[in-house]
Design a protein around this ligand. Sequence first.
Ligand SMILES: Nc1ncnc2c1ncn2[C@@H]1O[C@H](COP(=O)(O)OP(=O)(O)OP(=O)(O)O)[C@@H](O)[C@H]1O
Ligand SMILES: [Mg+2]
Length: 243
Amino acid sequence: MSGFACKDCEDSGWVDTPDGSAVVACHCRAQLVAGRRSRSLSGVIPRRYQGTSFDRPPVSSMPAAQVELVRTYVRDLDKRLEEGRGLWFFGGVGTGKTTLAMLVSQAAIEARRSVAIYSLPRLLAEIRGTFEDDGEGSYVDLLDRLAEIDLLQIDDLGAEKTSAWVLEQLYSIINSRYEEQRSVIVTTNLERDALSEQIGERTVSRLEEMCELCPLFGTDQRRFEAVDMRDKDQPPAPDLRLA
Ligand SMILES: Nc1ncnc2c1ncn2[C@@H]1O[C@H](COP(=O)(O)OP(=O)(O)OP(=O)(O)O)[C@@H](O)[C@H]1O
Ligand SMILES: [Mg+2]
């Protein structure tokens, strides 16, 4: 194994012409540049969700229709990303929305597509941060990078109320992906109207057209289960009440 993704240019992006008289861009250069740009975004599956698989719990014990919808998306990943189609996971706390969303992002990363994964509060903080740090340059750069990656996952949509200005930036990101037909995956606890109230009607409307809805129901899977820990072989505890 050479250790290089492209053995023609050894990941430099440039190759010599056959007669050796010039250097030209390698066939992989566009992908290489896109990969470098997207690496500065958050494209890492958080530890809790790493190695998630259709064959193992918790996914194997999730509702079959919803899992099938995700499985189909992953099977047709190239086509879905080409068409800019996404998924919208909606449901109560602890019902598996992020788990399924991460499964899709993980499949896209494995297929060597560029992926960025954010919770909405983190994404908004990053947008604000570009203004606080070093001005407009990095801000425009962040929006450009978020617009051009293959898959953008935004978790916890509507999790915080934020300023009109920040929501306008979120709209910008979603709208440019909408126009360029690039996929978005979102998770939210909020019903459509409540979400629209939190992040704006125009943003929600575009997401709705871009995504297929995957509703998740049921109880919070993080909750403690009450287990009877009393030892069945022990005699019942003495009645200590005074006569
Ligand atoms: N159907 C299920 N069966 C078993 N465990 C599950 C199921 N759904 C989720 N879990 C587990 O419950 C926990 C919460 O899952 P996850 O983070 O995907 O929920 P969520 O819907 O994104 O919650 P939140 O709305 O709080 O973000 C995880 O540990 C996950 O493995
Ligand atoms: Mg979640």
